[in-house]
Design a protein around this ligand. Structure first.
Ligand SMILES: [Zn+2]
Length: 129
């Protein structure tokens, strides 16, 4: 606070309640939460990871038969990733795994995987031939 403002503080204090009982203050703008001017978090808010394009490709190298369908580019918490993998496996009726943020599904499942991911609101890009 600047010195200049302290001059009027006495007068303000008598009319305005400064007690913490009045409510919690926002750590951002230091106003009461009801008067908060920064309620809309900036794009850099850690609670909302930026979801980019999800790629659905296929990997046959060193794999048997149709290989595996791989879903990469997911920006999800481990539990959400696991849940998504479950949904994909169920939809495709095959086994799969989650490795280092990548979902693998057995066989060629790109069509089904794309459908599930798009239904979940992801921007999906089909990769590979
Ligand atoms: Zn605020």
């Amino acid at each position: 606070m600047a010195k200049r403002q302290s001059v009027g503080k006495m007068k303000t204090a008598s009319t305005r309640v400064y007690s913490t009982d009045a409510g919690a203050r926002c750590p951002g703008c230091l106003r009461l939460l009801a008067e908060c001017v920064c309620a809309q978090p900036p794009a850099s808010a850690p609670s909302a990871p930026k979801q980019g394009v999800v790629r659905v490709g296929r990997e046959t190298k060193g794999r048997k038969g149709a290989g595996v369908t791989v879903v990469t580019g997911l920006v999800l918490a481990p539990e959400a990733l696991k849940a998504l993998a479950q949904a994909l496996k169920k939809r495709c009726g095959v086994g799969g795994a989650v490795k280092d943020g990548v979902i693998e599904l057995q066989g060629e499942q790109r069509d089904a995987a794309c459908a599930v991911l798009e239904a979940e609101g992801f921007t999906v890009k089909r990769a590979g031939g």
